[in-house]
Write a protein that binds this ligand. Structure first.
Ligand code: ATP
Ligand code: MG
Length: 600
């Protein structure tokens, strides 16, 4: 491609609305144009990057035995009604765009495709003989993200590779899951990314085992906790660890104490001169179920620790059947206005105990009259602890489970933090890093097949629900993550395998016929040899062209300049800025070899 013929516009200044380096660089180098919130046009260079990533994805998915198909983006609500996800995905916090067509039928724009693929399998797979199968597609997804940001990192329309596997049993699912894990490692390695597979929460998708693939970068929206020995890594949402040891409480007898103005842990610790590790804190949550019921939870944990709301939501979801519900659709720390809707009398907030009376709740047809009481295992171990006295400006000290307080249901709801000790090895402490989630693999089990009555006939002639897995890669997010991991003050440094072009031939002076002729020939020969090459034949100053090639991040630059008189050209490697003179007749071979080595 000749740059003189392309729509090629670069910006000198950082665009005002971009916060992170990769977003700024993709805008400045003309890869993407913002069309609206979370909506971008992929310009020709960007499209080439996306196509290269897609090719790598296809090669690895096909090699792992998956087949490509293409499902509709517009999905009938009926399928989502069957799985029970229509309301949770379209109402309140729902991320699915939905609309009503001219016949009054409700449809949604696909944020994911479990329902559609399950309907396909239900219709087409009858017998165990047809299993296992693994089907994938590469397609635009739509999500009404509450905070679209960072360019392609969190868009409202973005490209995803999603695949779904169907099995007769869990063991078979685990085999495919492991194969997908390996395929994902190959995809990210070949795309030139530094990444880590981490244990993950299964979220609204459901199911049991799941792992995320994180590109480590400061701009990541996720926190990863890991150990130096490489044996443990998890998303903080999922991470488990051993907390630091608590101090020994100085209180040995149970007493009520006046503690004026101590409605926060730091304050009570100051007044009672105690460690937060000897305090039991009790946090109030308002839980909304999809049945319309509201329940109030009182969650107890050690004073130095925080609630992991993802774990809490998962535990509360398990209780949903008690509230004639299937899932939790809202989880908030209620403010005064929210409390006013269900309190019978003012709560002594900041001074709650785990035994706070149910009388504070005004039960109704939509509000459960009893607290859900939960305690984290770490807090179960507390002895002679300090906690609220259910009376403003008062705490109790020297309290114990089993004597002064009945132990609530014990569930892991604590947020693991850097510095905690690892379960597998006490001497390893957790480290923290930021990560960008580029892929996610799940063992779904029978959640969708059961809900949608998607079955096959097993060897014994019985009807069984499919055991399923699902596997996603954010193709457009991956592209931007590569930039976030690889740039310098002058611009992007693409990994060779996903760069829009491998090389650019720059003509410093287009009016110089010798320069132009040499450049034309190199441009032709390089392309003929499979080195994807651009020709910068624009009538611009040489400095402008050099700057642009660095900004755009083409891996190899060939300059038909002064050295021509010696039969040479200058070749510059973008990543190291290393420049060398190469004899014209050796250029194709040399660059071809570099590309080959880089792509592997
Ligand atoms: P996140 O936690 O970042 O919102 P998710 O867990 O909801 O993502 P999945 O449902 O697992 O996402 O989707 C599969 C992959 O699609 C993700 O691993 C991610 O790479 C990508 N992805 C998800 N949401 C977006 C988005 N809004 N913009 C770009 N890529 C996305
Ligand atoms: Mg995910």
């Amino acid at each position: 491609m000749r740059l003189s013929k392309m729509l090629f516009v670069t910006l000198r200044e950082d665009p005002a609305d971009a916060e992170i380096p990769s977003h700024k660089l993709l805008l400045r180098a003309g890869y993407i144009r913002r069309i609206g919130s979370g909506l971008y046009t992929y310009m020709p260079f960007m499209l080439r990057v996306l196509q290269k990533i897609s090719t790598i994805v296809r090669e690895e998915m096909n090699a792992a035995g998956a087949q490509e198909l293409l499902m509709p983006q517009l999905q009938p609500s009926e399928l989502w009604q069957e799985s029970g996800r229509w309301d949770t995905y379209t109402k309140a916090e729902g991320i699915m765009f939905s609309l009503t067509d001219r016949q009054g039928r409700e449809v949604g724009l696909g944020p994911t495709h479990e329902e559609v693929i399950t309907a396909v399998a239900r219709d087409m797979v009858r017998s165990y003989r047809q299993l296992p199968v693994n089907l994938y597609q590469i397609q635009s997804k739509f999500r009404d993200e509450i905070r679209p940001r960072f360019g392609l990192m969190r868009g409202r329309e973005f490209i995803m590779k999603d695949s779904y596997s169907f099995h007769t049993n869990e063991d078979c699912l685990k085999e495919t899951y492991a194969r997908m894990h390996d395929a994902y490692c190959n995809i990210f390695r070949r795309s030139g990314l530094e990444f880590r597979a981490v244990d993950a929460d299964s979220g609204a998708i459901g199911g049991s085992g799941s792992q995320e693939f994180m590109v480590l970068a400061e701009a990541g929206e996720d926190e990863v906790l890991y150990t130096e020995d490489g044996k443990y890594a998890a998303n903080v949402e999922k991470a488990i660890a051993l907390p630091t040891e608590p101090e020994v409480s100085q209180y040995t007898t149970y007493e009520k104490r006046e503690t004026i103005g101590t409605n926060a842990i730091v304050k009570v610790c100051k007044v009672l001169k105690c460690s937060p590790t000897t305090v039991l804190k009790n946090v109030l949550y308002q839980v909304t179920f999809d049945s319309g019921m509201t329940a109030i939870a009182i969650v107890s944990l050690r004073g130095d620790q925080d609630v992991n709301e993802v774990k809490l939501q998962n535990e509360l979801t398990k209780l949903a059947p008690h509230y004639k519900a299937t899932t939790v659709i809202g989880l908030v720390v209620p403010d005064e206005e929210a409390q006013a809707k269900w309190t019978a009398k003012t709560l002594p907030l900041g001074y709650l105990s785990p035994a706070v009376s149910d009388d504070y709740i005004q039960g109704s047809t939509t509000v459960s009259p009893k607290f859900i009481r939960l305690v984290d295992p770490t807090a179960v171990e507390l002895k002679n602890f300090v906690t609220g006295a259910d009376e403003v400006n008062h705490h109790v000290v020297g309290a114990n489970w089993g004597s002064e307080f009945t132990l609530p249901a014990v569930v892991d709801i604590r947020k693991a933090v850097a510095g905690d000790r690892a379960h597998h090895d006490n001497s390893q402490t957790l480290q923290t890093a930021r990560g960008i989630e580029v892929g996610h693999i799940f063992q779904l089990g029978t959640k969708y097949s059961q809900a949608m009555n998607a079955t096959f006939t097993n060897e014994q002639g019985e009807e069984k629900p499919f055991v399923m897995g699902c596997y996603g890669i954010g193709v457009s997010r991956l592209a931007q993550s590569a930039v976030e991991q690889s740039y310098d003050k002058d611009g992007i440094i693409w990994p060779v395998a996903i760069a829009p072009y491998h090389a650019v031939v720059v003509v410093p002076n287009v009016t110089d016929e010798t320069q132009m002729a040499a450049a034309e020939k190199l441009y032709q020969d390089l392309n003929a040899a499979g080195v994807e090459t651009l020709l910068d034949d624009r009538d611009e100053r040489a400095g402008v062209k050099f700057k642009d090639s660095e900004l755009v991040g083409i891996p190899f630059r060939i300059v038909t300049g002064k050295a021509l008189k010696d039969g040479k050209v200058e070749v510059v490697i973008r990543s190291t800025k290393q420049a060398q003179e190469v004899a014209i007749e050796d250029v194709v071979k040399t660059v071809q070899q570099w590309v080959k080595e880089a792509i592997g």
